[in-house]
Ligand binder design. Structure first.
Ligand SMILES: Cc1cc2nc3c(=O)[nH]c(=O)nc-3n(C[C@H](O)[C@H](O)[C@H](O)COP(=O)(O)OP(=O)(O)OC[C@H]3O[C@@H](n4cnc5c(N)ncnc54)[C@H](O)[C@@H]3O)c2cc1C
Length: 398
């Protein structure tokens, strides 16, 4: 089944980007089983991302990047998600941090230089938002930035940092200062020479095993210019949440497309060997096609909605748009899980097996991370509160 692009009708800046993504996806696919089995970093695919110069594509041209759009990057995530979900998620998380820095650095020379270096040296950025026992409450930080002798210091219990040990830099949330409340946060960009990581816990999980999302004590020091000038509250609503939900959603859609393609291949083979008779699971293949179609359409429509507003802070901050983008994550994760489940049922025992050409175990384990990567129930509960005063549409035209 051919499902190469998440936004077939979108105006992508470069077919070349797609070709480069395909080259990385081929390498990621060849190593996906070993990455999953070994719970190891997808080093081959990440080296290929650097060789294809895909890490700096979203940096502006004047800083050495290619000025790629979010739709371009979403398509790369989709292609990588089909090949190796961990590689796709690593690429997505890196690009979310690049977007936060490039869109909120204003005229800060230190951050501009970091982006210039990122494009030139193809640096890989990791993300630290999860802290201590507070789970997915991204809008609250414990550890404060401390100002000492003209420099800054931060020590945080970062309970999950994907590929932390392999990254060239970490972009982290932090409390603005020791006397600020937890919700008064900043975002700080540290490069590897600025910090040490002391391992707190490992990453032995059901899926997404190649993200190597271990826990660390992050001890960093740097200069005040490494703090993004916009408060995190603004960055969160304008960039972090939209990019995270759209790029994660693109990776999960890629997993769902790959599982559906496998179900299709299974049904073709079963029919060939049974004189053209459909196997009993065939309706589940149609079901997978149906949810995949809804999923692709929903992510594509949210991408368009964001692209048409992203330079209008008021429109992005509106309750209506924030609900759309928040629900995109919830819906994308649920549709992706249900698509992979249908694909597995279409393949029957061949999908359930952990070996063979039609196994869907890795797809299912990987996609099951999606509803808990910021728990959907946490998101729904928060949205219920903020939507209490929003009128429910009374006309189909609203
Ligand atoms: C594949 C993957 C990659 C990720 N990568 C990153 C990353 O790079 N950087 C990053 O910052 N985060 C990362 N995360 C974490 C993610 O952003 C969320 O923070 C996380 O999914 C929330 O998980 P949770 O179930 O612990 O928290 P929630 O479901 O939000 O909340 C769980 C609640 O339970 C309580 N709790 C949790 N654990 C315990 C415990 N052991 N004992 C007692 N109470 C407890 C806490 O009160 C907490 O509020 C990643 C998650 C996944 C699945």
């Amino acid at each position: 089944m051919e499902a190469p692009s998440i936004l077939r009708s979108a105006n992508f800046t470069s077919g070349d980007l797609s070709t480069r993504a395909r080259a990385v996806a081929a390498i990621a696919a060849n190593n996906a089983i070993a990455v999953d089995e070994g719970s190891r970093f997808p080093a081959e695919a990440c080296t290929a991302l650097k060789e294809q110069r895909l890490l700096g594509v979203m940096v502006s041209r004047d800083l050495g990047g290619e000025g790629a759009s979010i739709a371009d990057v979403a398509d790369v995530c989709y292609q990588l998600g089909q090949a190796c979900a961990s590689t796709g998620m690593i690429y997505a998380m890196h690009q979310i941090k690049v977007a936060c820095v490039t869109r909120h650095m204003r005229d800060n020379p230190v951050l501009a230089n970091t982006m210039r270096r990122l494009s030139a040296e193809q640096l890989l950025l990791a993300s630290s938002t999860t802290e201590g026992q507070s789970g997915g409450n991204v809008r609250s930080s414990e550890a404060p930035v401390e100002h000492v002798d003209g420099g800054i210091q931060l020590e945080r219990k970062a309970s999950v940092i994907s590929y932390g040990a392999y990254a060239d830099g970490i972009v982290t949330t932090a409390r603005r200062s020791a006397d600020a409340p937890g919700s008064d946060q900043v975002l700080v960009a540290f490069l590897k020479s600025d910090y040490t990581l002391t391992r707190l816990q490992g990453w032995n999980t059901l899926g997404m095993r190649g993200t190597c999302s271990e826990g660390y004590t992050l001890k960093a020091q740097g200069q005040p210019g490494q703090i993004l000038p916009d408060p995190y509250e603004i960055i969160h609503a304008q960039t972090m949440v939209p990019f995270a939900h759209l790029l994660w959603g693109s990776v999960w859609t890629g997993i769902a497309a790959s599982a559906t393609a496998r179900a299709q291949a299974f049904i073709r083979q079963a029919m060939r060997t049974s004189g053209g008779q459909l196997p009993p699971g065939a309706p589940q293949f149609t079901q997978a096609l149906k949810t995949l179609r809804t999923l692709r359409g929903m992510v594509a429509s949210s991408l368009r909605a964001y692209e048409s507003r992203m330079n209008d802070p008021k429109a992005v901050a509106s309750v209506d748009f924030q609900s759309v983008i928040t629900l995109t994550k919830v819906e994308a994760s649920e549709l992706a899980v249900s698509t992979v489940m249908s694909a597995m049922r279409a393949c029957g025992l061949s999908g359930y097996r952990a070996d063979g050409d039609f196994t869907l175990g890795r797809h299912l384990r990987d996609v099951l991370s999606s509803p808990i990567m910021i728990n959907n129930d946490r998101i729904l509960a928060n949205l219920a509160t903020s939507s209490l005063m929003t009128p429910i549409p009374t006309s189909m035209r609203d």
